[in-house]
Design a protein around this ligand. Sequence first.
Ligand SMILES: Nc1nc2c(c(=O)[nH]1)N[C@H]1C(S)=C(S)[C@@H](COP(=O)(O)OP(=O)(O)OC[C@H]3O[C@@H](n4cnc5c(=O)[nH]c(N)nc54)[C@H](O)[C@@H]3O)O[C@H]1N2
Ligand SMILES: Nc1nc2c(c(=O)[nH]1)N[C@H]1C(S)=C(S)[C@@H](COP(=O)(O)OP(=O)(O)OC[C@H]3O[C@@H](n4cnc5c(=O)[nH]c(N)nc54)[C@H](O)[C@@H]3O)O[C@H]1N2
Ligand SMILES: [Mo]
Length: 730
Amino acid sequence: MVHASWSHVPDFKLCNYAIYFGASKGHGSGHSAMITARLAAEAKSRGMKLVVFDPMCNFAGGKATEWIPIIPGTDAAVVLAMSNIIINELGRYDAHYIAHKTNGPYLIGPDGRYVREKGRVEKPMVRPGPFGLGPPAEVVGDGDDNKPLVWDALDQVAKVYDDPGIKEYALTGEYEVKGVQCRPGFQLLKDHLKTYTPEYASEVSSVPPETISRIAEEFSDAAKVGSTITIDGHELPYRPAAAVVFRGGQGHENSHHTCLAVSMFNAIVGNCDLPGGALGWPARSLGYPGTGQLKFEPYKGVDGMIETDYFFTHNHGPWPSHLPHKSDDPSMQSIFTLAPFTFVYGASDRKELWEKLGLDHKFEIMFSYGCNTVMSLANPDVTADTLKEIPFLVVFEIFNSELTEGFADIVLPDTCYLEETSWVEGYAFNFNYAFGMDDWCYHVQQPIVEPLAERRNINDVIREICHRLGKTANVNAFYNRFCEFSEEDKILPDERLSQPEMCDKVLTHFFGQEHGWDYFKKNGFIRWPKKVEEAYWRHFIDARHVLYLEYMVDIGERVKEITEEAGINVRMEQYTPLISWFPCSIHQPKDPSYDLICFSYRDILHTGSHSMEQPWLDEASAMNPYTYNITINTDIGRNKGLQDGDLIEIESTTGGKARGTVKLMEGQHPQTLGIAACSGHWTDAMPIAKGKGTHFDTLIACDLDHVDPVSLNIETAARVKIRKVEERPI
Ligand SMILES: Nc1nc2c(c(=O)[nH]1)N[C@H]1C(S)=C(S)[C@@H](COP(=O)(O)OP(=O)(O)OC[C@H]3O[C@@H](n4cnc5c(=O)[nH]c(N)nc54)[C@H](O)[C@@H]3O)O[C@H]1N2
Ligand SMILES: Nc1nc2c(c(=O)[nH]1)N[C@H]1C(S)=C(S)[C@@H](COP(=O)(O)OP(=O)(O)OC[C@H]3O[C@@H](n4cnc5c(=O)[nH]c(N)nc54)[C@H](O)[C@@H]3O)O[C@H]1N2
Ligand SMILES: [Mo]
């Protein structure tokens, strides 16, 4: 929606002031962990100031110039208060960026919608179905024949937003257009932000008001709004300050608004995908110079908003999003069209939801590849309930796990990365490419040992299954489309390519005849310089992102209609176009004896839940005080009569119970408990990992009441109480 990417990072090479809201990028976790570790270390030694809002002072906070403890799930309140200070008190925002790169200047009528050239058209436009799947769907926005209007402050007249004759976009004020009173979205936002005083944000987040004001001022100073930098002959805006958010800040019932609050905060200083600012993972490639292949870029879509075909699949679909409609889709994503994923299949209330929607859904088969759903999703009792109902479950794994032992009908031993031949690892997500001006690089995987025992690569197995089903032509058609093979390069319908043959085909297509599988086998990777137009694409591409969430009006109306009719209770207040902070269930316990908020964070030693069985990492984990222990603020712990090594039981408001040992910690927010990684394995198949650490996910729920009602992101923190116990196992 903003960066045409999965996530964002500071432009480490040029940034002088970075703020993290629950992210650990550059400290051994987060995405592209090794690229960011190198760049973050260089930035720190160059003098970049790093301010980390985090409930604990561990990997991110411990490396920060300044650690600011915060109550989980309250980041947006702080961000909005800082935005208020920058816009309304300091008046130091980047008016040019807001006018040209966001929908801030679009005129908003009394109904909350854009004021358009031809007024409101009742019949929405139709575009391909969500994610290119399913039948065509109605889309928010009216398309090219009925554009939103802006006000030209010099000509004193309304024009369509992309009229080449616009002299000066009005960002503030009130106007009358075609008899309608309207104001630019930015003016509405500016007024709305006034309710976010530092005192209010402080009450919510526990961050002192003077800290909020100071950081806002430092950030807007550091951003040097108005300054420019020349790179490779191009003069670009220079904005050496960035704010980023990831799983910590975003994993709550107010996720959609929290992420967009951080993006708005960046937009205020005009720094997105520009030198020194907040960068998405590379979203624009002009193609490998020799062949022009591997080309992708964001472009101007409906109502001038950013769209991209590359990210995720070649069928992202339009932005703004599709309008909700009733369908027989049990994921409920035809209703919650702003949700990229669904929680429904593993939810404790799924049957109730389906019944209310008149759906009778049952899975017949599940294929699982590289996830341990029963460990890593939410309370295993709930997940197990879903899994038990699936008659046939096939798991591709490299170890036996809670999922294979408890639920799989067939376990297919997959190859591990040391046994694999693959071209796709260098492609996959844009995570594989370094951001900023660092070179492009494309790598492959090649086996360094023969697959052990009966291991077979999933690719071969899936293709074999498809072949036996008579679907080889479909598989080939998929690859032809995915790789964008030319007519003469297309895989023939009945052709069955081995993995090395496929590698050769794809690599020569991308990088030319001289760079086939043989070249990569010898060299491992290929690299080429990035262009300014790629690294800092925002300056070169005419496309906007949202500050005013106009899509919420139409989408909200429909969500309300559909869910009310079905008798499903959705917290509709989040369907507002004005970016806001909303309290979550963790902030409002019905029973005050649940006095702590328990959260989880990445341990740099571990990956997901599965590295817990690695003997070396187990040894290292036992030597550091965090991996296998539950952290609590020292004073609070002592007040509760606890000392290091004591056993406690944690009970959450949603009925989960877990046990583990305590580690008192000065650098921890007094109202919180921290649990590292995803530990607490219980299967006999993992004798090293079994019984070590605490299974955090037991404490979290998976149901409609504990998701963000817009993005369907589940609440990843829990409201809990603790008591001292004598015995360990649970
Ligand atoms: N080593 C390692 N690296 C990984 C992974 C791994 O398992 N191991 N997993 C990968 C994956 S799948 C992901 S999604 C990324 C995640 O990447 P990040 O989101 O960067 O990693 P986390 O450690 O989960 O970061 C969360 C931080 O937020 C803090 N936090 C928790 N709740 C809140 C809150 O409400 N507000 C604020 N301000 N802070 C909060 C935590 O203490 C922690 O410091 O990492 C990827 N990289
Ligand atoms: N407590 C806690 N829980 C969390 C999080 C957290 O921070 N804390 N973070 C959440 C997030 S952001 C994410 S993305 C999820 C991740 O959750 P999952 O994706 O479920 O990750 P894991 O639990 O590590 O399970 C990965 C499985 O893949 C297997 N595997 C590894 N390599 C291969 C391979 O090459 N081939 C095959 N076939 N299998 C392989 C491993 O053995 C392991 O069993 O966890 C979520 N849950
Ligand atoms: Mo993740």
